[in-house]
Design a protein around this ligand. Structure first.
Ligand code: SF4
Length: 275
């Protein structure tokens, strides 16, 4: 029969012996259940004696969830890789739903919701930015804040299209917690979602907004100054790189070059330029 922890034995040596035996017994039972040693230590003094409920943590994933719960953050449940799931999605709506469940990288812990795309894409023009920001995370719509308003102006006042006639998406589907640039690991995890999105949309042209999107889509380390101003071809689809609207808000002088890039993209697909 296994020993129970009984504090308060009269003989200190006997108490030490009982304590050691109880430790060994707990260790064996815990190992059989896959409990982390730190949890055994935490629970040792209460199990079966004090009325305090003992928690069992059968795996490292469960331990991870417990740590996150302690920190007040929802931890990811195990998920299959977007590399496996994305190609199986037959429609954009399937893909959107699969992305909404994605927990493939740490950004799922801090997002409010995934941000998949905006627009119906009747013109089959796809704008791709880098990642959702705070406004997008809140609304679930890409380019929803001040930078989004500028992009809307480019589309509606410049290209003379309605915003819902194009598609707008991002490289990452979840907001980076520091609102910063997409980390390479998150970009790699998320990339299959965007690849499948592009396959299903079959855009006539992609307009990459900013350095991160342009570098990722073109697989190039060149800076934006070298990538913009010409029409690339990406897996059979023309691609034009230009400034991210957030950069244009900071540096309005670049708007003229951005408009040149947009005109270049419009010419590449035979879209009429307004006079
Ligand atoms: S950023 Fe992409 S890969 Fe990471 S959890 Fe969100 S959808 Fe999944």
């Amino acid at each position: 029969m296994e020993h129970e922890l009984q504090l308060g034995a009269e003989d200190p040596l006997e108490e030490t012996r009982l304590l050691a035996a109880a430790l060994q017994a707990h260790s064996r039972r815990a190992a059989a259940r896959g409990v982390a040693w730190s949890r055994v230590e935490a629970n040792l003094s209460v199990e079966g004696k004090s009325g305090v409920e003992t928690k069992t943590m059968p795996s490292s994933a469960a331990a991870d969830r417990a740590r996150s719960a302690d920190a007040g953050v929802a931890a990811p449940a195990p998920t299959e890789s977007p590399r496996i799931l994305a190609p199986a999605c037959a429609t954009l709506e399937d893909l959107r739903a699969a992305v909404a469940r994605c927990t493939a990288c740490e950004l799922c812990r801090t997002r409010t919701q995934t941000v998949f795309s905006d627009g119906l894409g009747a013109r089959r023009i796809l704008f791709v930015g880098d990642a959702p920001g705070a406004d997008e995370d809140r609304s679930g719509v890409p380019f929803a804040g001040a930078a989004g308003q500028l992009l809307t102006d480019i589309i509606e006042k410049g290209m003379r299209l309605r915003r819902d006639e194009v598609w707008i998406a991002n490289l990452l589907k979840c907001r980076p917690s520091d609102n910063g640039k997409p980390a390479p690991r998150a970009s790699e995890s998320c990339s299959p979602w965007l690849e499948r999105q592009i396959e299903l949309m079959q855009p006539r042209i992609i307009i990459a907004l900013g350095q991160a999107a342009a570098s990722h889509l073109l697989g190039s380390d060149d800076n934006l100054a070298r990538l913009r101003g010409r029409v690339h071809e990406r897996r059979g689809i023309p691609l034009v790189a230009t400034y991210h609207p957030a950069n244009l808000l900071r540096t309005p002088a670049d708007k003229k070059e951005c408009w040149q890039d947009i005109q270049l993209a419009m010419r590449a697909i035979g879209l009429q330029l307004s006079s």
